[in-house]
Design a protein around this ligand. Sequence first.
Ligand SMILES: *Cc1c(COP(=O)(O)O)cnc(C)c1O
Length: 425
Amino acid sequence: MDNWAEKDKQNIWHPFTPLVGSADPIMITSARGIYLHTHDGRKIIDAVSSWWTNLHGHSNPHIAAAIAQQANNLEHVIFAGFTHEPAIKLSENLLTILPKNQSKIFFSDNGSTAVEVGIKMALQYWHNKGTPKKKVVAMNGAYHGDTFGSMSVGDRNIFTDPFSKHLFDVAFIDLPTKENEEIVLKHFLELIEKNDVAAFIVEPLVQAAGGMRMYSPAILDKLFSSARAHDVICIADEVFTGFGRTGKNFASNYLTYMPDIMALSKGLTGGTLPLSITTCTEKIIQEFRTDDFTKTFFHGHSYTGNPLACAVANASFELLTGLDCQDAIQRIATSHEQFRTEMSRHPAIKDARCLGTIFALEIKSDESTSYSNTIRKKIYPYFLEQGILLRPLGNVLYIVPPFVIKNDELQIIYNSIKKFLDLNI
Ligand SMILES: *Cc1c(COP(=O)(O)O)cnc(C)c1O
């Protein structure tokens, strides 16, 4: 393609990308397995699963076949008043692996809207019930998406500053650590003690975009059980942690107390098509099961329940629940754990952590740990040069690979990280 870089620059506004001072984007002409193929013949290891979406490798043949078959049969149909087999099959499939208390699936198109739907379900639950609780509690450092509702419940930072006046009020608790656990729990109890809190939303066990910050299932169980005692709806944003990422199908599987509402998206179609779901329990549904028209959940998108996306999600589900994939997840987790032990002794590392297929290194820095930390400007081009896509969150370098990655390929990434750290301390 002639002048593609020029044409791209002229016509396209890329996400999360400054219009000035950014390197030209890299043109990808094809991708297979863990590799992205560039227009100039290079191969890049996709160590971040293309924004954490890809599970079974790029251009996966099983998934490609599912799209082709579905595209020749039914590409799309309005989802109000109509239904189709791919969506019915997908809801049935998902309910076999979701926590047992989840009873219904609501479709939308991306993680932000899945969260948005979850918040709206929770608030309307109280509205329909006739006890309109309005307060929402969330966690500092959270990222729940880019729409107004999902921004409101997320960390207030450079992403949200231009909109701060338009975001609704939310009470925030700190991320619980070993050191502050009692304080956070006490703060949470103070916030909910009047029984006027509608919902509590969290990314269970891992705050992803916030810097792959991890916390224990034990403390989240304490928060969820307290929430339940004060009739607070618990929303688990598993957009990132869902579908095997954390070593179990869902981060909630590490808990004793299950959420009332779950938002899922990134791994749902194995990284192939945009699709998301918000699931909820029978308790939530009950307040909507009424002949009062005004209590309807008036929410939907043009492409809700798109048959192609559902067919792909079913194909991804078959792969995910297969033995090969489940073994691969455990193999990656073991490998990450070994590398974590090694890295935790490295002089350039402040903290090394992992959970399942997620591995993260917090690099020591004179600047504070944040998305704006300038080390990222060194990390990103360095690894691209080595043929590895690693997109750090400031000074947090992480690996979130497709599950089809092999051990020797993981080793290539690990070695490259060690080399980078040795050169940069
Ligand atoms: C990525 C992400 C979102 C937003 O999903 P989009 O598909 O990018 O809108 C929401 N919550 C979490 C935890 C995420 O990681």
